[in-house]
Design a protein around this ligand. Sequence first.
Ligand code: FPP
Length: 244
Amino acid sequence: MTQNKCIPSHVAIIMDGNGRWAQQRNQLRATGHRAGLKAVRKIVTYAASIGIKVLTLYAFSSENWKRPSTEVSALISLFMYALNREMKSLNKNNVRLNIIGDISRFSYHLQNMITNAEQLTQNNTGLVLNIAANYGGRWDILQSAQKITAQVVNGEITLDDITEERFASQMCMYDLPEVDLVIRTGGDCRISNFLLWQIAYSELYFTDILWPDFNSTQFDEAIKAFNTRERRFGGIPTTQEHSC
Ligand code: FPP
């Protein structure tokens, strides 16, 4: 269990390295994704146990459609399997599930599963678990711009009404605490069109650990690193103790 004094409210994770994990074992990439799902289960449980309020996981990016169709199918099947299998347990553990992303590209069956899962858990008061599925940070900004533009065209608001707050209010997760910490596993140091707007002041943590191997010890390491960062949000250093 972490001895960290400050637990970030909102942690977002780019879960990279499933494919390499499988290749290292001469297994199919889909096997790596299944191992990745096991890691998801453990990390969700651990996050809730240490008092993280919001956990956002990048499960399927809007660019992942470019992968071979067999892998795309494997990822979508795994997502459906996870929704089927884990819903009861998530609900029992008071987790509120949100899917963020453009779900209109998924089958009606999967869209229904998503709606049902969100409705089932919508009144839960524990960990908020956001799963980014067919999500892209640019898509998120664009869909906000489209909604705001429609409001101007309809005469509901004027150009001067477009403030940062109003724009943000149309983005995914607008009603949740700001992202404090972004973790990326798998060794690459980039954001890959994950949250863009929402991570303006987030701390970034990159680790070589492949996602299926990421566990509570590594999660603690990331939080420990987060605790060493001085967050100034564009201001100047303060002499006060860093407060959460
Ligand atoms: C990146 O590894 C991982 C993904 C594209 C998918 C992440 C999916 C899971 C962890 C399992 C399913 C999760 C849920 C919530 C249902 P990669 O394939 O890019 O690995 P590589 O960089 O080693 O090739």
